[in-house]
Design a protein around this ligand. Structure first.
Ligand SMILES: Nc1nc2c(ncn2[C@@H]2O[C@H](COP(=O)(O)OP(=O)(O)OP(=O)(O)O)[C@@H](O)[C@H]2O)c(=O)[nH]1
Length: 921
């Protein structure tokens, strides 16, 4: 059992249109939105006779690789034509086995003739042969173009008196309008003239030269061979005995393309002989190094490519072989796809669908019967099987997916069922139809039990062909419509069965229902041709049961309605049987559908993976951008903190300014002549005296408190720096952690190493303050004052000067000067120097303050820059793993996307190959 979390929604997840991304970073985008595909596909189907479900992406793929849209049949020469009569085929059961073996060995063409018997017998024999031969050899019908067309044979063999070649060709072509392989028209001839005429004028594909009598007219043969460019086969009465074998070898050596053998003749030719025959000719021909009998139509391959020995299957390019090769290619490709998907999306459970489909690539075709509860699925299946196997027979239940497989009648246990661990059943039944296809019975949909519906839905992708059973009493219910929509998501081929048609009272009613269903399905699936078979499965089954029990001898005794139902069921069966025959168009279609099933699943899975991966890619790109943005934004931060620091600087500068102006004020008021009284006792006593009160007051009252205030301010400032850093740092860390929590764990170790950056103290500015020596400054100041006075009054006997007198008369400097000028002319010069000295002292104060202010400001800036760069380093360090992880994730997702697009491309190539399966390469 495949387990899905919610299978009915499966298609939602798979079919959403690709998301609209931001425009900046560009992850690879979807080339085409998915929801258009179905429409595409269906339109193509409508136009092309070759179903185009294989490659929905290609707009209008060529019908074939060949320009004309047709392919000529290919045949290897030399070859053996087996001639059979309808009687042999129908009356002798052993013939089947013999033909089966013959076509898998040396026989490339089988001709069947009616021997003047009824056309019906010939038809029956031909149909039978067709199903045995499949595409391993060409089946040709003797004379009867109509029958050849009816059984979809490869061609006809016309007698001298038969239809003109061109008429036969046209008739065959018309009837095989769906086939891309041209019909083969061959002609019997008995004379060289007839041979020439048939080859040149009529355009036959090959000739059979019919010879009577014991003597082989070598001249005739040589003549024909020289002039005729199409293959010539020889038909001689008896070849079987030893003499004739040698004669046959000689003929082939002459250049004849092959021999026509009857059943009897062929039986006489041992395997050994046959090999020798064909091989000797090959060797002979290779020696000649020129292809004999190669014509426009017939390409010689075995002669060119090697001996018969390593190519035991003489005959034609085998479709089945080609199919086998494709299966192998497909298998290895899909295993790769599974691997890619598993790595890309480990959680995608649907991959089980693909693994199942791949593991069953070799299995026969899966015909899946679906329908609502009680629509008659079981009855339809039983009618197909010809016996009541399902439900009331051996098969116990349809509550599970049940595979009905073939088992030989004579096998040990012809009818038995096995239950697989996943809940699915396999039942082995001896019903002929199962030889070629596995019929899968599914639980009815629209039942109360959701589980059953899901089982069926889950199985839909696995189907090669779906038989949708609709019941006449409720044609196309809403839930059926929904289910159909779901089927359509998987691009499945669906054929419809309108069961219980016997319930309609008149053919008008039936017709009405058919039209109703067809119209609705057309609209729903957007297709032109809806294949719908109205049947009565019950009466078809009853009739088969009666027939097999032998009770029913004469079909005329049947009521008319029953006759109708049998016929209509026949049509369905014929359609299905045509799938068995690889040489028919439907047969080729069967192979294609079969090969396409896993490809379709893979496609869906890949596109769903791509969708999520593209989103992830987008996300990763955004992450990369974002993490870089975050980290780079730290530089921005330096600017803001710079701005914020201005007020700190302003405060410290104004502090200095304040001190300066206070000191200046004191200096100004001290440095006045009128203060001479006050200061003289300090000044003239020399430097060793006690400090002047004024300097003491400057140091104690102004500078010291200012310094401690500055210290406090700067401490606060550095603390502020530190805490803003810590705050910012953790802000960055948190925003990274919050955005990408998955990285946090492995980053913790880093934390220790990095946090040092944040804890670092920045002390340049505090050092400036601490180095500021208030006492020295005060002392310097006092010295200035002293010198100012000394220089002014220096050598004068200042004692004579009545300072108090001066003071009382002259309060200002200017007055001082005037007064001094008046009082003592001798002292004038000196006194006139006083203001300059005073100015010098003041300037010194200013300078000291200015230097300090400048130093402090620089130190503060330095601390700030250091702090900002610590933060920057911190953020870059903690951001680095995020950056790396985001980049790593992006690289990975881009890698995955790349892988996906590689397998997607490979799948497309494979699809084209499947599409061209019928064209040998
Ligand atoms: N009139 C008529 N009745 C039919 C026909 N085919 C089936 N039935 C009846 O329809 C009923 C359901 O048939 P089943 O074959 O069991 O249907 P089913 O779809 O397998 O049913 P579930 O397995 O329960 O989903 C039975 O009573 C059949 O006899 C038919 O062609 N005509």
């Amino acid at each position: 059992m495949l387990s899905f979390t919610s299978p009915p929604h499966l298609h939602h997840s798979l079919h959403l249109p690709p998301p609209l991304f931001f425009t900046k970073p560009t992850c690879p985008s979807t080339t085409q939105p998915h929801h258009h595909h179905h429409r595409h596909l269906i339109r193509l189907r409508r136009h092309s006779t070759i179903p185009n479900s294989i490659n929905p992406f290609q707009q209008q793929p060529p019908r074939t690789l060949f320009p004309g849209g047709y392919k000529r049949p290919e045949i290897k020469v030399p070859n053996i034509i087996l001639q059979l009569t309808s009687q042999e085929v129908l009356n002798d059961e052993s013939v089947v086995g013999f033909v089966d073996k013959a076509v898998s060995e040396h026989v490339g063409i089988v001709v069947v003739n009616g021997e003047g018997g009824s056309g019906g017998k010939l038809y029956e024999a031909a149909r039978f042969l067709n199903s045995v031969i499949k595409d391993r050899a060409f089946l040709m019908i003797d004379e009867r173009v109509d029958i050849a067309a009816a059984v979809n044979a490869s061609g006809v063999l016309l007698s001298d008196q038969g239809l003109p070649t061109i008429v036969a060709r046209n008739t065959m072509s018309d009837s095989r309008s769906e086939s891309v392989v041209l019909p083969i028209i061959a002609r019997y001839v008995e004379t060289s003239n007839a041979a020439l005429e048939a080859a040149d004028a009529e355009g036959a594909d090959f000739l059979i030269l019919r010879l009577n009598g014991d003597v082989l007219p070598e001249d005739l043969i040589r003549m024909s061979l020289n002039h005729i460019k199409i293959p010539i086969f020889l038909s001689v009465d008896t070849f079987g005995d030893g003499n004739h074998f040698d004669a046959a070898v000689d003929l082939l050596k002459l250049g004849v393309s092959g021999l026509v053998l009857s059943l009897k003749d062929l039986k006489l030719f041992s395997e050994e002989k046959m090999k020798k025959l064909l091989y000797s000719v090959n060797v002979e021909n290779m020696k000649k190094e020129e292809p004999t009998q190669i014509s426009e139509t017939f390409k010689m391959s075995s002669v060119m490519n090697g001996s018969v020995r390593d190519n035991t299957v003489a005959g034609f390019v085998k479709l089945e072989k080609r199919e086998q090769e494709l299966i192998e290619t497909e298998r290895s490709l899909l295993l790769g796809v599974i691997d890619v998907i598993r790595r890309a999306a480990p959680l995608m459970e649907e991959v089980a669908l693909l693994t199942d489909a791949v593991s069953q690539l070799d299995d026969p075709f899966l015909l899946v019967i679906v329908g609502e509860f009680n629509s008659g699925k079981s009855t339809v299946i039983n009618a197909l099987l010809g016996k009541r196997f399902v439900k009331d027979g051996v098969v116990p239940t349809t509550n599970e997916i049940t595979f009905l497989r073939y088992s030989k009648v004579d096998s040990y246990d012809p009818q038995h069922c096995e239950r697989h661990p996943d809940g699915q059943y396999s039942c082995y039944l001896p019903a002929p139809i199962l030889k070629e296809m596995i019929i899968v019975d599914t639980p009815g949909t629209n039942v109360i039990l959701q589980r059953q519906q899901r089982l069926t839905e889950e199985f839909v992708p696995r189907a090669d062909l779906i038989l949708f059973v609709v019941s006449a009493d409720r044609p196309l219910t809403e839930s059926e419509v929904n289910f159909l929509r779901y089927i359509q998501q998987w691009k499945k081929r669906v054929i419809f069965v309108l069961n219980k048609s016997d319930l309609y009272r008149s053919s008008d009613e039936l017709e009405e229902a058919i039209i109703f269903i067809k119209n609705n399905v057309k609209k729903l699936l957007n297709i032109e041709d809806v294949l719908l078979f109205p049947v009565s499965a019950r009466s078809a089954l009853e009739k088969k049961l009666l027939a097999s029990s032998g009770v029913l001898g004469d079909s005329d005794r049947q009521p008319a309605s029953s006759q109708w139902s049998a016929n209509s069921f026949n049509k369905l069966e014929n359609y299905l049987y045509s799938f068995l025959d690889g040489s028919t168009t439907t047969g080729i279609e069967r192979m294609k559908l079969k090969l396409f099933t896993p490809v379709g699943i893979a496609e869906q899975l890949i596109s769903s993976c791509q969708k999520t991966k593209r989103e992830e890619c987008q996300q990763s790109k955004e992450d990369v951008v974002l993490v870089n943005d975050i980290i780079n934004s730290v530089e921005e931060y330096a600017k803001t903190i710079d701005r914020d620091s201005i007020s700190w600087k302003r405060r410290s500068l104004s502090l200095i300014d304040n001190v300066q102006s206070r000191v200046l004020k004191i200096a100004e008021s001290t440095l006045q002549l009128s203060n001479l009284d006050l200061v003289s006792k300090y000044i003239f006593k020399g430097e060793k005296s006690t400090p002047m009160p004024v300097t003491a007051s400057i140091q104690n009252d102004i500078i010291d408190p200012a310094v401690s205030e500055a210290e406090k301010l700067i401490t606060e400032y550095t603390r502020w720096l530190q805490s803003t850093n810590a705050e910012k740092g953790s802000f960055y860390r948190e925003s990274l952690e919050k955005r990408w929590p998955s990285f946090v764990d492995h980053l913790n170790q880093n934390e220790l190493a990095t946090s040092g950056f944040l804890l670092r103290k920045h002390e340049t500015s505090i050092k400036v303050i601490r180095n500021f020596n208030a006492a020295a400054v005060a002392k310097q100041f006092e010295k200035e004052i002293r010198e100012t006075f000394l220089v002014t009054f220096g050598g004068l006997a200042a004692a004579g000067l009545s300072a108090s007198l001066l003071t009382s008369v002259l309060p200002t400097t200017l007055e001082d000067l005037l007064a001094l000028g008046l009082c003592s002319a001798g002292g004038l010069v000196a006194i006139s120097n006083f203001p300059a000295r005073r100015q010098r002292a003041i300037d010194k104060v200013k300078k000291t303050a200015g230097v300090l202010a400048h130093e402090l400001e620089e130190a503060m800036q330095n601390d700030l820059l250091e702090s900002a760069s610590s933060l920057e380093n911190y953020v870059k360090l903690i951001g680095k793993p995020y950056q790396e992880a985001a980049q790593d994730r992006l690289d990975k997702v881009l890698g995955t996307l790349n892988e996906l697009s590689v397998v997607e491309k490979d799948l497309k190539t494979l699809q084209t190959e499947i599409q061209n399966l019928h064209i040998s390469q």
